[in-house]
Design a protein around this ligand. Structure first.
Ligand code: TXA
Ligand code: MG
Length: 316
């Protein structure tokens, strides 16, 4: 299959309406989209990504008028989160309506919904005229793509079209909150932080250890992993500089250490660290780096999401 490259949301939408899959930029990471009401198109997402069928997809909407068809009703906490954070990097898990096909949600009776805050994504979703289910546009298990080139590296020849945009702003996937239970549960940390969510709905809670071990659907799968081994360090001096190693963090190693690493990235802020992480992982793989040292940050704000992704990458 030839993969078309375009910067036109309208052209990209035409592929969707023809039952094909399209990669598109959002503020978090690039997504791989299909019409939520087209089970055969959705099957192409799972095939292209080599994604396990028991991992549910997020439905992306252009505006709130598209929400009604996807869900049976809107829980009051979800209403509050929508008022506060839509459009933005937040996915709400809601009670699914019967018209959403089971293949989109791995057979669950809930559906994740998100309204991206990104002009190109918005134009694309509007041109499609239907909600678009989309996981991150990477081969399953690899770091999510934050550039269109990363999408091409993973999926060229396996998808119909890539809608090109800039490197994504946030760099980590959306925050996911289950709103189908009395006290909402944070399923995946992201740029909308736990503190942000708590300010709107104080009852929100983290998953218990039992819930985590039982594995929220999809969360039991390995994610975000480069080929290189990932090691978390508290300080740059804890990293072992070699020609096969890389370092990313807020603080710089000593000048002598710095010269020895094959790749080195210093970030001015935790936001910048989150923005850079997945691209750095992919660059390290391209350079055949064997060990990536990641400096730990405080687990507040987007730091919670950043440490979650680093810990998952380090866990294998
Ligand atoms: O930022 C993002 O969320 C990106 C962009 C493209 O929007 N998408 C993304 O999709 O990261 P994906 O499929 O890579 O991750 C979706 C996560 C998975 O961990 C999945 O298990 C969870 O959301 N999820 C989706 N629907 C769910 C549901 N009904 N119940 C529980 N978890 C759900
Ligand atoms: Mg993903």
């Amino acid at each position: 299959m030839k993969t078309a490259l375009t910067t036109s949301p309208l052209k990209a939408a035409r592929f969707i309406l023809a039952g094909e899959v399209v990669a598109f930029p959002t503020e978090t990471v690039y997504g791989l989209g299909a019409n939520v009401f087209a089970p055969e198109a959705i099957a192409k997402i799972f095939a292209a990504k080599r994604r396990p069928a028991d991992n549910p997809l997020i439905a992306h909407i252009a505006d709130l008028s598209q929400l009604a068809s996807l869900i049976t009703h809107l829980p009051s906490a979800a209403h509050k989160f929508i008022d506060a954070f839509f459009p933005g990097p937040l996915t709400l898990v809601l009670p699914k309506s019967a018209v959403v096909p089971g293949i989109a949600t791995a057979g669950l009776d809930t559906v994740g919904v998100r309204m991206p805050r990104h002009p190109t994504a918005h134009a694309f979703l509007e041109a499609c005229g239907v909600p678009i289910v989309a996981p991150s546009a990477n081969v399953s298990g690899r770091p999510s793509p934050t550039t269109w080139q990363a999408v091409r590296d993973d999926l060229d020849g396996f998808i119909s079209c890539i809608l090109r945009g800039e490197q994504t702003k946030v760099g980590l996937e959306s925050t996911v909150v289950d709103c189908t239970v009395d006290a909402p549960v944070l399923l995946r940390a992201g740029a909308i932080s736990l503190e942000d969510l708590r300010a709107i709905v104080p009852a929100i809670r983290l998953r218990t250890v039992d819930e985590s071990e039982a594995g929220s659907p999809g969360l039991k799968h390995r994610h975000y992993a480069p080929s290189a081994r990932v090691v978390v360090v508290a300080h740059p001096s804890d990293a072992v500089p070699t020609r096969d190693a890389a370092y990313i963090g807020l603080e710089a190693p000593s000048p002598i250490q710095a010269k020895t690493f094959k790749r080195l990235m210093m970030c001015d802020s935790v936001d910048e660290y989150a923005h850079a992480l997945f691209r750095f992982f992919r660059q390290c793989d391209a350079d055949r780096v064997e060990v990536i040292y990641c400096q730990a940050v405080e687990e507040t704000g987007i730091g919670l999401a950043l440490m979650d992704r680093i810990a998952r990458a380090a866990r294998r």
